[in-house]
Design a protein around this ligand. Structure first.
Ligand SMILES: CC(C)(COP(=O)(O)OP(=O)(O)OC[C@H]1O[C@@H](n2cnc3c(N)ncnc32)[C@H](O)[C@@H]1OP(=O)(O)O)[C@@H](O)C(=O)NCCC(=O)NCCS
Length: 197
């Protein structure tokens, strides 16, 4: 009898692939991975405004996943990052990459963002995922993409620099407290792509 293996994720839509990663919508099957990441203070301390709030259980994680799925608005969205490199993390959902309108935006300004489980840090996965998402944003018609980080979030600032974003100092709109502010325009992106070929 033929064995049919059900897909691991109910809707395996691919947003982007990179040499080591797949970027795809979050699914409810990913709730344990979301919980593993959002229950870690090392991750949550850098996200959003106000005091960090840890996700406590799977029900809360499922609600987060539903929220993220509801942000699908091409080319914008909030996606899962899964490792496909055959290494120790192969097959694991390691975190998020997102392209969303900034909170308190004035003109629909778009931010790129990322957060990964600490087990995945230091492998260059965030820059690799973010590069694919910049490409999605610019090919989808966005003219300028911003990134904002906490003032002392050195790791995230390094990701911004690695993907070719320009540091423009600090800014105190969009989020409640001042943030480091990075930008890349479509022209800069295209020039960087041309240099690489
Ligand atoms: C920011 C973040 C997404 C970077 O992802 P990543 O895939 O580790 O990115 P990189 O591998 O390029 O590493 C970036 C820097 O993190 C630092 N880093 C890497 N591994 C680390 C580790 N295990 N512990 C502490 N810092 C580490 C390094 O300084 C590295 O820079 P380098 O490559 O010049 O040495 C990840 O650290 C994270 O999820 N942090 C918590 C959430 C967060 O800050 N999100 C951004 C909000 S603006």
């Amino acid at each position: 009898m033929t064995q049919v293996t059900p897909p691991r994720h109910s809707d395996r839509v691919l947003i982007a692939t990179t040499p080591r990663l797949e970027i795809r919508p979050w699914t409810l099957e990913d709730a344990p991975a979301a919980l593993a990441m959002l229950s870690r203070i090392e991750v949550v301390q850098w996200l959003g405004d106000g005091d960090p709030v840890l996700t406590k259980d799977l029900d809360e994680a499922r609600m987060k996943v539903e929220t993220w799925r509801g942000r699908d608005n091409p080319p914008l969205g909030h996606w899962a990052v899964e490792v496909t490199d055959g290494g120790p993390l192969h097959g694991r959902t390691i975190g998020t990459v997102l392209l969303l309108t900034l909170p308190n935006d004035e003109h629909g300004e778009v931010e790129i963002g990322w957060h990964l489980h600490p087990d995945a840090w230091g492998n260059g996965y965030a820059p690799e995922a973010a590069t694919a998402i910049l490409e999605r944003g610019f090919s989808g018609g966005i003219e300028e993409i911003f990134a904002v980080t906490d003032l002392d979030n050195v790791n995230s600032m390094k990701v911004c620099t690695k993907i070719g974003m320009e540091h423009r100092g600090t800014i105190d709109k969009w989020y409640a407290t001042p943030s480091q502010f990075f930008v890349i325009t479509r022209e800069q992106w295209l020039a960087q792509q041309a240099e690489r070929t």
